[in-house]
Every structure is written in structure tokens, then in C-alpha cells.
Ligand binder design. Structure first.
Ligand SMILES: C[S@@+](CC[C@H](N)C(=O)[O-])C[C@H]1O[C@@H](n2cnc3c(N)ncnc32)[C@H](O)[C@@H]1O
Length: 256
């Protein structure tokens, strides 16, 4: 089968998946509805429906079908990243283990952010979870580093201590907890799509788990953040969304 051209399609991924190139995606990112049971519309007029009249059973049936539709698109050693939050991330992990097997688990990435809003009845819920599973053992992983702050310079041997003006630090392997700012209305990349994800988050995920030239697919692509990040990093992309408004936004972002 020839290599798929970068494209964004309008339609239901559960239906379209069988028509998409099979066995070719190096990374599939899924950012499906989170089971918020809300319809969001913001000032920009873009709307997004995450209501499930049939309750959790209906939602879980959708999630299972989405994962089952996505897996055949993966290359032999491709990876699937499923992004959810406290409402359904545990169900997502169970579904992934059922489909791929527990040995396929690669990472549970915690995306931590600091948006407004909270409750007096519990801690602020300010993280999402991205479960990463591999289709085969030879998956791509590009290790990278992050700054690890030190309280002082002394007492360390065999480590290079650096200083960037904010204090001493060493470089250590990137952890699975990523503090990345959530999007706000005054940010340049904000296109107004409810649930739009930051390019910094998508870039980090793509850089960690793919090489240049890889095919990155997003079957719930919304405003196209994954596709824009993939393009910027020299990867190919394939996006699908059932919301025509989202597809229009994604195509417009990709045309710039
Ligand atoms: C959380 S949003 C994705 C946001 C996206 N990551 C972004 O940065 O803009 C989930 C998306 O899944 C889409 N969606 C829901 N069910 C779908 C289905 N069966 N097939 C394709 N897309 C679907 C929605 O229209 C929505 O745009």
C-alpha cells in the first residue's frame, strides 16, 4: 500500500477506520470525549458535545469500539496514546490492557496544569492521563532530559551540576509527569475549540515516541493540534473528526 498523504477527514472514526490505510500509523493519539456529560460552547461559537444519554455503558461501548477501530491502523511496532481524565482514564487503561495485553504498557503520562476552578470538597483536579501502549516490542522511544533542581551544590560526585541563574540543577531523564501550561484565551495558538490541547504537549509526545517521517494519526483530531505539531516536527499526519466545524478549523490551521 502506498504511503498516505497528510489529510484531515470528516466522519465517524468508528466507521471510517476500516477505509484508512491499515498497519501504517507509527503513533495514534486519541483524545476522545472524556465523559463530562456536558455540551460546551464558548465565546468563539465553537461547540463540542460530550453527553451520553445512555450513561457509562454507552460511553464505554464507544471507547472500546474506538480502540478496536484504531488498533489495525498501527504499524507492527506503532504506539497508541489514549488521553483521558479522572472520569474515565481507569476504564481506558482496562480497555487497553484487554486489547493489547498488559505487557504492551509503555507509560502512563500525567499532564499537570494550573487552570482556574476547584471545589471546597476535594483537591483541585488538575491533571489528565495519557496511557501509552505499544503494538510490538520494537517501538520508538527517544529519551530526553529535564532539569532536576538541587538545594545546594555540594555533596555530589560524578554528576554535572549546572546553573541557569535560577539555581543549581542537574539533567536527568524525563519523567512521566509533565507540567505544561493549559491553553488560555489570550495565547497565540488558541483557536477557540473547547478541549483544544497545547502544541507543547503534543510536540513532546510526538518527539518521545516517533522519528521524523513517521505517520501520526489522530482519530478525534478536533482543532488539529496533533496534526499541526506533527507537521512542525517533520512527521506525516492523518486526522479524523466527526464534527465538521472541527475539521474546518484543523484544515485552516494546517493551511497557515
Ligand atoms: C477532546 S476533543 C479533541 C480535541 C483536540 N485534541 C484538539 O486539540 O483540538 C474530542 C473530539 O472527538 C471528536 N469525536 C467524538 N466522537 C467521534 C467519532 N466517533 N469519530 C470522530 N471524532 C469523534 C469530537 O468531535 C471532538 O472534536
Amino acid at each position: 500500500m502506498s504511503k498516505p498523504e497528510p489529510t484531515v477527514l470528516h466522519g465517524d472514526s468508528l466507521v471510517l477506520a476500516t477505509e484508512l490505510p491499515q498497519g501504517q500509523a507509527d503513533l495514534i493519539y486519541l483524545d476522545p470525549p472524556f465523559f463530562t456529560n456536558k455540551r460546551q460552547r464558548n465565546r468563539t461559537g465553537h461547540h463540542y458535545d460530550d453527553r451520553w444519554p445512555g450513561g457509562l455503558a454507552e460511553y464505554l461501548a464507544f471507547l472500546r469500539k474506538l480502540l478496536e477501530a484504531a488498533r489495525p491502523l498501527l504499524s507492527a511496532h506503532g504506539l497508541l496514546a489514549l488521553h483521558l481524565d479522572w472520569r474515565a482514564s481507569h476504564w481506558g487503561r482496562v480497555e487497553l490492557e484487554r486489547l493489547f495485553g498488559p505487557e504492551a504498557f509503555v507509560n502512563e503520562v500525567i499532564w499537570a496544569y494550573r487552570t482556574g476552578g476547584g471545589s471546597k470538597r476535594h483537591l483541585r483536579r488538575k491533571h489528565d492521563t495519557i496511557h501509552v501502549f505499544a503494538n510490538g516490542p520494537k517501538y520508538v522511544f527517544n529519551p530526553s532530559t529535564e532539569k532536576s533542581r538541587l538545594a545546594h551544590h555540594y555533596g555530589f560526585t560524578n554528576v554535572q551540576i549546572r546553573d541557569d541563574g535560577d539555581g543549581p540543577y542537574t539533567l536527568s531523564g524525563l519523567r512521566d509527569v509533565w507540567e505544561i501550561a493549559a491553553l488560555r484565551g489570550n495565547m497565540k495558538e488558541w483557536v477557540g475549540y473547547p478541549t483544544q490541547k497545547p502544541l507543547a504537549l503534543m510536540c513532546r509526545l510526538i518527539e518521545c515516541f516517533t522519528n521524523p517521517g513517521a505517520l501520526v494519526a489522530d482519530l478525534c483530531c478536533g482543532s488539529g493540534s496533533t496534526l499541526v505539531a506533527a507537521r512542525g516536527l517533520g512527521r506525516r499526519w492523518l486526522g479524523v473528526d466527526s464534527n465538521a466545524d472541527a475539521v474546518k478549523l484543523a484544515l485552516s490551521r494546517l493551511s497557515h
